[in-house]
Every structure is written in C-alpha cells, then in structure tokens.
Ligand binder design. Sequence first.
Ligand code: ZN
Length: 345
Amino acid sequence: MIAAVLHEPKKILLEEWEAPEPGPGQVLVRVRAGGICGSDLSYYFKGKSGDFAMRDPFVLGHELAGEVAAVGTDVAAFPVGQRVAVNPGLNCGTCRFCVRGMTNHCLHMRFLGSASVYPHSQGAFREYVAVAESQCVAIPHDFDFATASMAEPLAVTLHALRHAPTLLGARVLVVGCGPIGCLLVAAARRAGAHHLTAIDLAQPALDKAMEMRADTAVSATDTAQIDAWQQHRGTFDVVIEASGSPAGLDTALRTAIAGGTVLQVGNMPSGQSPVAMNLIMSKELRLLGSFRFGAEYATAVEEIVSGKLDLRPLMSHTFPLAEANKAFAIAQDRSQSMKVHLQFD
Ligand code: ZN
C-alpha cells in the first residue's frame, strides 16, 4: 500500500508499506477520504502539535472514512464492502479514566496519527488501516466518504458543548472560524444559542461562519467593536475559544460577561501564554477546557448522515494522496481554504 509519511516539516514522501493484517476483533479499512486537521497542519509545518513533538517520521491523519476490506476473527457486524466512518481513538476500557467514562483521557489511548506516544501512532493518510471493530460506525452504502470523515471534527465540537452551560437563550461568541470554529457555530445554533456571534481575522472564514448560521460575523481587527463588548463587565454569556491563539483567549476573557463561561477548544502553542488571566478572578468567570471526544463520535456520524447538519459548505478542497504536500499548503492558506481532504482511489 501507499503511505504518506511526514519526514520533516513540509516534507511528506509517498512510501510503499506492507498493508496491515487485521487481528482478532479488528477491521481492515480501505481509507477513501481523510481530512486535514489543524493538528496535522501543526505537525506538518512545525513538527509538533501543542505539547506533542514529532521524533520519528510518521503518518498523519485522524479524520477518515472508508470501506471494510477484510475482517479479523470475532468480527460479526461489518461485512466486507461496508462503508464506515472511523473513530480515530481507541481507549483501553480499564484505566482509571475509562472506568469513569472519561475515555478521552484514557491513559493508554491509541489515537491515529499522533506523536503523543512513542513510538508514534501511525495515522490514516495511507491506503489501509487496521482498527478495532468498536472504532467503526457504519454509514449508508452511497454516502460520500469525505463528508462522513467530518464526523471527527464535529465530535470535537459536540464534546465541547457538553461542557458548556445551556446555550438556550444565551449570547454566544465563537472566537476563530476555522473548521472547528465553524462547526461550533453550527452545533451551537442547533443547541439553541439565542444570539451567535463569530470573529476571525480572515473574511472568507467569517463568510463561512455566516453560512453555518451565525447571526453576526465580525472581523477580529474591529477593535472598536471588541472594546465595546468589554465594557460594563462584558457581553457574552458563553465564549468559545477556537482559534488556539493567546490573542483569541485574551479576547474571550475580555468579552465574556461577569459570571459567564469561557470554553477553551483551540489547541494552544506549548509553553506560557500572556493573557488577561486576572479577569477569571475579577469577573468570576468559569474557564473550561475540552479535549477530543468520546461517545459523541457516533452521534456526530448520525448528525451528518441523517442530514441534520449539512457540513458540505465547509469542505473546500480535495486532493489525491499523491499531492499531499500541495494539499497541506492549501489547507494552511486560510484566504482560500476551509476543510481540505485527501482522497484515495
Ligand atoms: Zn483507558
């Protein structure tokens, strides 16, 4: 099989690898589409994502859908040819977090395409992956693979909103309108947000946020507006930080209303970040974090295949695996792309 292997920043090489054999309880998935995530971009351009640094060449990719190519022993539910979306995380089921239902914090998590463990966990930008049966969610036989792969970032947003207080009747601000920010806009709207504002530096991203049914989209360069939101102890009941930048968190802390909630979803650079932390104390803010997801993955697949959420406006480009480097360059250019997919023939 062909694997797209990241050797060093900005250098993916296509290599011939031996296809894995599905073990007991495993499904061999022929990957048909894979989305490029912000963390993939960070590994690709900087060799690290958040606190996880790449030490050896490895395969990126954890947003995927494909079809069952073979099954190991003890797999009953998935016939060969079945189309599936694949949850990239496999938790152990027995550690102290798994037994509490906090599977996203599993101490032995195997997450596709992550340098959080060593040796690194190989990702999905290759023709075949062997995963546990429990990671697969069936999708209709004619359903588009790339659209189905959007279940992974959608699951991130559904998990995040479970941490938030109710959005019913709330004034909500989403900071950062990349794919995750736009998905948060869509999910927050479905969750009943009363007035939904989005901010970003890039106009195309703001346009997409409006397509996903934000009420207002404001440029992050509009300092007069942002200053006004800070007045009289803030404006927004819930601010969702999805830019992964210290500046974004600073804006979130400043614009949240006293007693309000700031929900950190963006993946910050490692190290210290100077932001207006004292406002957490003086405005009695609730600062929450959200990391990956658990059971929300299957819900996300259902939201997509049922048509309740139409995420196609967020899917901007598709490239063959052979053009992976070009795909990453386009995905990094926020003036022209939103979610970029690799497609496998
Ligand atoms: Zn565990």
